[in-house]
Design a protein around this ligand. Structure first.
Ligand SMILES: [Zn+2]
Length: 551
């Protein structure tokens, strides 16, 4: 009896403590916007308590009296307040790694490059290897390849590996060569070259296939190092106005790293991680089922499969030949049986299946298998997704809505690919490519993302591309296949409520209304009154997640 009543008291305290003791916070003097049932709603103040929104005040609502003592008031100073933006498709670890490479593009000389690496090291002291990229000896006064000697003076013991701007050569110091066991006796592999001094010793520069002599010896990241890299990335994403990200394909190590960060309450923004179907532990992860997290910051209940490659490298699987390469149709990455098995085991295990499909053949096959397996596994409610959905046969477009399949698309891919895509697929097939308007008209839901680090994660680049179909130089005039543009409300929905829906989180985030999490951003300019061409220049002043400022 005593035990039971104690329990009740404790439960009561936990339950009530937040609302009893936490003070409400009221941000007013703002231009607030949110999506509600697909429509744009404007508001003038937002009130939240702890992590939860209590009230959204629209134009004619009366704000609480200023004498009300239990409310902390924040002056929004005329800034614009939006729901926290969500990137539905990015690669957090790769992005973090790109931030943890010394960037040497602007180096003026070999010495300058070494100094840049030294400065970089002071900020990233916890990586076993120092890595960088971007040097180009042709732009240096010496116009000669650098050597290990200059790096050795600064880094006698720590291995250093710096990749040339084109990715076809790398520059190592002696510590790196020693770890790799490379010396005067090492033979250059086929398709590669070790540059040498006149006495046969390697200079430190390795070309093409010889690069792997060094890179094979760079240890893969420990779970600890992954945490550092993930945090670096997530903090950078927060600064851009993202409060949630869907990590498109993580292995079991990365899952561990995320879980540790979550356990220590270190995740600055939300992560919806998709399990990589190529992970060696995939079968066990499926048997274990979706991972229930301890908080609302981390969610792992989806799987990422890659059905084909990309359009630029002609790896996307097409039904007919590439328009600019006869006899070539691209490549499916799975046999049909293997694809079916992977989708089926994931669906049966209760996972949402998110399959990368770029070419019209890959999309057609994935839609076929989804249609069949959604029926046999009764998993329509899991809202399976196609990642990219880039080139579609017109007849496949209505199938997204019919099958309750989400189109997870990246607005900036359209503006980055515009000069290449017509070459690859010609004027007819382009009608079903990057076809946002046709998909929306058919009733499909588009969740927006960037596919960082392939594109910048800046969501304002994405919003800009969505409404203009133009690059940052406002090209082409009126926009590329302009009829496929979104309006700004649709674009904002694709980065908020639709992206939340695509992660089954629409009752928690994506819109600002009472009961939802207080995830929001404050930006300098009102995007609904600034010219579209300036949308990509928007800067984020503050980012809040769960009612706490994280940037
Ligand atoms: Zn991707």
């Amino acid at each position: 009896m005593i035990n039971i009543s104690k329990k009740i008291v404790i439960t009561c305290l936990c339950f009530c403590s937040f609302s009893l003791f936490a003070q409400s916070q009221l941000i007013s003097n703002i231009h607030g916007y949110t999506i509600k049932d697909g429509q744009l709603v404007q508001f003038k103040a937002l009130q939240f308590n702890g992590d939860t929104i209590e009230e959204v005040y629209t134009e004619h609502d009366i704000l609480p009296y200023s004498t009300q003592a239990n409310i902390v008031r924040i002056d929004g100073k005329g800034q614009t307040l939006l729901p926290g933006l969500i990137d539905a498709h990015g690669h957090v670890l790769s992005y973090g790694l790109s931030l943890m490479r010394a960037q040497l593009r602007t180096s003026q000389s070999e010495n300058d490059a070494v100094n840049m690496v030294k400065a970089f090291r002071q900020q990233h002291s916890n990586m076993q290897w120092i890595q960088g990229r971007g040097w180009n000896q042709v732009l240096w006064p010496s116009n000669t390849f650098p050597t290990a000697a200059s790096l050795d003076k600064a880094f006698p013991d720590t291995p250093v590996w710096l990749v040339r701007v084109d990715g076809h050569a790398g520059w190592a110091n002696s510590a790196a060569m020693q770890i790799a066991g490379v010396d005067a006796k090492t033979i250059s592999p086929e398709g590669g070259e070790i540059l040498r001094h006149s006495d046969g010793r390697p200079t430190g520069v390795f070309v093409d296939n010889a690069m792997s002599l060094i890179t094979n010896n760079i240890p893969s990241l420990s779970v600890d190092e992954q945490q550092t890299v993930l945090l670096t990335a997530l903090n950078a994403l927060a600064a851009m106005g993202l409060t949630s990200v869907h990590d498109a394909g993580v292995g079991s190590d990365t899952i561990k790293a995320y879980q540790t960060l979550e356990n220590f309450n270190k995740l600055p923004i939300r992560v919806n991680a998709m399990i990589d179907a190529e992970d060696p532990n995939f079968a066990q992860l499926m048997t274990a089922g979706p991972i229930a997290a301890g908080s609302d910051k981390l969610q792992i209940n989806s799987v990422k499969i890659s059905a084909d490659g990309a359009l630029g490298s002609r790896g996307a699987a097409l039904i007919e030949d590439y328009s600019d390469l006869k006899g070539h149709k691209g490549l499916l990455l799975y046999s049909n049986d293997a694809l079916i098995d992977t989708i089926e085991i994931a669906m049966k295990s209760g996972f949402q299946v998110n399959t990368h499909a770029i070419g019209d053949l890959a999309n057609h096959i994935v839609l076929n298998e989804y249609q069949r397996l959604i029926a046999t596994t009764q998993s329509r409610h899991l809202r399976h997704r196609i990642e990219h959905a880039q080139v579609l046969q017109l007849s496949d477009i209505p199938r997204f809505a019919e099958l309750n399949v989400i189109a997870s698309m990246q607005a900036t891919h359209a503006t980055s690919d515009k000069n290449m895509a017509v070459d690859r697929i010609g004027n007819t097939r382009i009608q079903g490519a990057y076809a946002w308007r046709k998909l929306m008209t058919s009733g499909a839901i588009i969740a927006a993302g960037s596919d960082f680090p392939i594109e910048s994660p800046n969501p304002f680049y994405g919003l800009h591309a969505s409404v203009t179909r133009q690059d940052h130089q406002n090209q082409p005039f009126n926009g590329w296949y302009r009829k496929e543009k979104m309006n700004l409300t649709e674009a904002l929905a694709s980065f908020t409520s639709n992206a939340a829906y695509a992660a089954h989180q629409e009752s928690m985030i994506g819109e600002l209304r009472p009961g939802m999490k207080a995830d929001f951003i404050l930006i300098e300019n009102d995007i609904f009154t600034t010219p579209y061409e300036d949308m990509w220049k928007v800067t984020v002043n503050e980012t809040w997640v769960n009612g706490k400022r994280v940037h």
